[in-house]
Design a protein around this ligand. Sequence first.
Ligand SMILES: NCC(=O)N[C@@H](Cc1c[nH]cn1)C(=O)O
Ligand code: ZN
Ligand code: ZN
Length: 481
Amino acid sequence: MSAPTAFLDFVDKNADKFIGRLADAVAIPSISGDASRRNDVYKMAAFLDEQLRSYGLETKLVELGDQEIEGQTLKLPPAILGSIGTDPKKKTVLIYGHYDVQPADISDGWDTDPFKLTIDDKGRLIGRGSSDDKGPVLGWVNILEAHKTLGLELPVNLRFCLEGMEESGSEGLDELIESETKKGKGSYFDGVDCVCISDNYWLNTRTPAVTYGLRGLTYFKINIHGPGRDLHSGVFGGTVHEPMTDLIKIMSRLVDPDGTILIPGVREMVGEPDEEEKLIYEGLDYNISDIEESAGSKTAISSDKATVLMGRMRFPSLSLHGIEGAFHGVGAKTVIPAKVAGKFSIRLVPPQTPENVNPLIISYIESEFAKLNSKNTLVLEDLHGGKPWVENTKHWNYEAAIKATKAVYKQAPDLTREGGSIPVTLTFAESLKVNVLLLPMGRGDDGAHSTNEKLDRSNFIEGTKLLGTYLYEVAAITSKA
Ligand SMILES: NCC(=O)N[C@@H](Cc1c[nH]cn1)C(=O)O
Ligand SMILES: [Zn+2]
Ligand SMILES: [Zn+2]
């Protein structure tokens, strides 16, 4: 059974209203990684809570404790737990999403104010969080509004778990899920039959995707300090060990320009694909120009499509993110920074986990630092991490998503593994012991985490239909089973 026509009509007729709600959400700069924006993250939680309640959900905001950030102790943003429907004859679907966003500033190179949703002549809804993850989260809200307004019964019972710290390591959420699950009967997650997460992207700009894997993550900060304060390079250059020189040397020993990870043992943990597995990547609707268009440059690491796809989905990768304390302004300041901190992360794939990879990273960096014979001090910080996840696609949850995609987009989805990380996915799979599905709304060129992030109007509107149709397909498939 596909979604009722009344629901689909409602979505078309209310498209502008839905976009208005997305504009209201984007206008709240809920950046979890910036202490000065924490009130906006709370504000975003209140905004969503109000929306969910107005369309019939019972909600509670669960406090997750405190966090040390930028030398301050701040209250973590709450998890929003929501519930609608308790019909024992229906399946219960748990929806996860996040209401925090990555940092964004016009000075990063945005063409428009990142926190003012701008609609361009191609129908792109441009603004921070439009695709990651406010658009998809509001897709679910749109479905609730449609059903409440039309007096339509939802085809499944729904549970929501929305967090405000996903972009900053999901602090506190694993503990909440694990402690709730341990309560057993009567716990918030009791009776959940499957999980659906809409928080990733199609591979390209034309083929919808259904996603069964995510890479994990381990994120490190390499602190090096020496001089008691910043120094004049004319006075101290050639006389002291310079922290920046040490740091650049260490960072250059982590990864080669062709992407080869240089930390012994890390890449070796992952086996090679056989010919059959390679065919999966060959078969995906993707070509090198897709990556070049979404990256905005002709800098793909290989001209072989399967190699590039496996680089994103199947193998670990190490990225250098930045250096705190380095001189980065205009002009030619002749400074020797006293204290610098380099940041890098590794995207992990099975069987890698932060627990088995971190000791390799720590001992390698310590031994490389020792080789420098520097009198500076090295302090390694493990900022956060999450395990990779791969799901079984031979399940009614995936069958429903594939059928819904065909019904809405009139084409079969690519079955993909995602290169990014949503650490809580594996926690849901392991704690709840149910099938977890990723059903993306946005396209591969949305520019999540980047400048000019956008969600195409058609992806928001057809994506709302997709998520709603998926719920109807879950009900239809499982009623036959
Ligand atoms: N849409 C999921 C996503 O963007 N996840 C982030 C998670 C993260 C971890 N540390 C900072 N952000 C990702 O980068 O994959
Ligand atoms: Zn996200
Ligand atoms: Zn993100």
